[in-house]
Design a protein around this ligand. Structure first.
Ligand code: ADP
Ligand code: UDP
Length: 241
């Protein structure tokens, strides 16, 4: 599908229109940012790794009954997706305490969160993605209580599927961020699921294989991301149907 005009350039992806008004092309760039864009870099090949992982998880979620925007791969760094009317919320699923949760609340780093937490932030860079509560979501008319319940349930199910999968790879899914949008009145998973939007720790050593490697200068980002891709590829080889 040929992409035409650039509709939106975000921190890590560019969104293009296509000749089909219902479809977009999401190009995963090599740019990486942290701390709300304060730290910025570019790692050659990162976009290719993240688009592959995202496409893999969207397909896996579809097979498990979760509706997503993924239609098909475009070129090696892009995917064709359904155009969604994005819901300006970030849903963060958390199985262990880390990151901003530990900074803001008296949790121990790595503390088990059972049941998992689903936390909602208002997606707005200028306002620093502030945490948002149910009443504000309703007052702003972002979601109805029924819709919020439905999105929370979807997030919990996505968490279960991803957690179980990473466990088989020897990785612990600490937390992740997802975004949803509307398609013909239905709520659908959008955006991406990649090493940029999750925390993954080695189950034995606690080593990070995600954006924390970049955030905190813990080593080589591309080899950390590459290791996740290798583990997924190895799993695919062993699970050919
Ligand atoms: P950010 O906006 O956080 O800098 P990105 O660089 O990832 O993020 O940009 C991608 C943008 O595209 C995000 O704002 C995201 O909400 C939006 N988006 C993701 N999937 C879709 C979709 N299917 N339809 C419309 N917009 C989408
Ligand atoms: N996250 C994300 N985009 C954001 C904020 C968070 O992808 O704008 C992901 C982040 O990578 C982590 C999870 O959501 O996997 C929880 O992030 P947290 O709230 O701890 O924020 P951070 O550590 O980025 O301050």
């Amino acid at each position: 599908m040929a992409k035409n005009e650039l509709l939106y350039e975000g921190k890590a992806k560019s969104i293009y229109g296509t000749e089909n008004p219902d479809e977009l092309v999401a190009v995963f760039r090599d740019d990486i940012t942290a701390f709300n864009g304060e730290k910025k870099d570019c790692f050659s090949g990162k976009g290719i790794l993240n688009v592959g992982v995202s496409a893999f998880f969207f397909s896996m979620l579809e097979e498990n009954g979760i509706k997503t925007h993924f239609i098909r791969m475009g070129d090696e760094r892009s995917m064709v997706v359904s155009k969604l009317e994005m819901i300006p919320l970030e849903f963060v699923g958390r199985n262990r305490a880390a990151g901003s949760l530990v900074k803001k609340f008296p949790f121990e780093e790595g503390q088990v969160l059972d049941p998992p937490l689903i936390i909602t932030d208002y997606k707005n860079d200028e306002r620093g993605d502030p945490p948002i509560c149910d009443d504000i979501i309703y007052a702003l008319g972002i979601l109805t209580p029924e819709e919020l319940g439905q999105v929370r349930e979807m997030t919990l199910k996505i968490n279960e599927i991803l957690f179980e999968f990473f466990d088989k790879l020897g990785l612990l899914l600490v937390d992740f961020k997802i975004e949803f949008g509307r398609l013909d009145g239905e709520i659908v998973l959008g955006d991406e699921i990649s090493m940029d939007s999750m925390r993954l720790w080695d189950k034995e050593t606690g080593e990070s294989f995600d954006k924390d490697v970049y955030r905190f200068g813990k080593g080589d980002v591309m080899s950390a991301y590459g290791r996740v891709v290798e583990k997924i590829e190895e799993w695919k080889r062993q699970n050919v149907r």
